[in-house]
Design a protein around this ligand. Structure first.
Ligand code: ZN
Ligand code: ZN
Length: 282
């Protein structure tokens, strides 16, 4: 059986495995087409493409851009984009700089809570230019301050918690425009995490479609069967493409596996053809 997985992170952002290792895991899982969607960085794509050619796996260039949405974030996936697009790479580099400014502030707050942690430790563990809160969480885990990344977010990083520091992010419409300007398809990631404060999710998705959105990530590791059906209906109603992915991060999210999520994820291979047709028309 050919498997598909359109949402994967490598150690170029906050995943724990190299692009080569992620491709090897995908190969073992029977995945024959995938997208690398690192946060705010596209530097894992060339290595993944090369290894994909050796293993017979189709690698679709991807990205996941965080955008500002009220008190929370909304994640926008991009597919089939030109990963060498100069303007998009400049925009992403500015986003990463804003993380670099925020990370030391988070560390200071943790230190003021009496936690023994330095930014040097976090950067050494990350070993990449795209350093974020998941890396800080991993250092906290190594120091046994928390047992999981989720606990680090719930106790320290989330809005209203003692180490919360806001970040300069584009609006959802801007994130869509950035992806489209690099000839990509823009897809709303994991709708289960979208916290709508006004109106329904359908209202929001209609607005995003007016802003240029192409699709919704219907199939996702933590979506229940009921949510999957709901989001499928939503995509049909609004007239959007359907995508799916595991959001594999390796050791950062140890319960999620490439291609199958928590074991029950099934992403229909047929949706790839529709995505390709839409990408060809861009
Ligand atoms: Zn995300
Ligand atoms: Zn992700």
């Amino acid at each position: 059986m050919n498997r598909l997985d359109l949402h994967l992170h490598t150690n170029r952002s906050d995943g724990s495995f190299t692009p080569t290792q992620v491709l090897e895991l995908a190969h073992e899982a029977g995945v024959t087409a995938l997208a690398i969607t690192d946060h705010d960085i596209m530097m894992g794509i060339p290595e993944a493409t090369l290894v994909g050619q050796q293993l017979g796996i189709e690698v679709i260039p991807g990205i996941e851009i965080s955008s500002n949405f009220g008190d929370s974030e909304l994640h926008m996936l991009g597919y089939f984009l030109d990963w060498q697009d100069v303007r998009l790479n400049e925009r992403l580099s500015t986003l990463r700089e804003s993380r670099h400014r925020r990370n030391p502030q988070i560390i200071e707050r943790l230190q003021s809570l009496g936690i023994d942690i330095t930014y040097d430790e976090v950067r050494a563990l990350a070993g990449t230019d795209s350093v974020g809160r998941p890396h800080i969480a991993r250092v906290l885990m190594e120091k046994h301050v928390v047992a999981s990344a989720k606990e680090a977010f719930d106790r320290f990083f989330a809005n209203g918690k003692p180490a919360y520091v806001p970040r300069d992010l584009p609006s959802p419409a801007e994130a869509i425009q950035w992806i489209k300007a690099a000839k990509g398809l823009a897809v709303l990631a994991h709708p289960t995490w979208v916290k709508t404060t006004e109106g329904t999710l359908t209202d929001l998705v209609r607005q995003l479609k007016a802003d240029g959105l192409n699709g919704v990530e219907v199939h996702y590791s933590t979506h229940t069967a009921r949510q999957t059906r709901e989001y499928l209906t939503l995509a049909k109603q609004v007239g959007l493409l359907v995508t799916g992915g595991s959001d594999f991060h390796g050791l950062t999210k140890p319960d999620i596996e490439v291609g199958i999520g928590r074991g029950t994820l099934h992403i229909p291979y047929s949706l790839l053809h529709k995505l390709k047709d839409a990408a060809a028309q861009l």
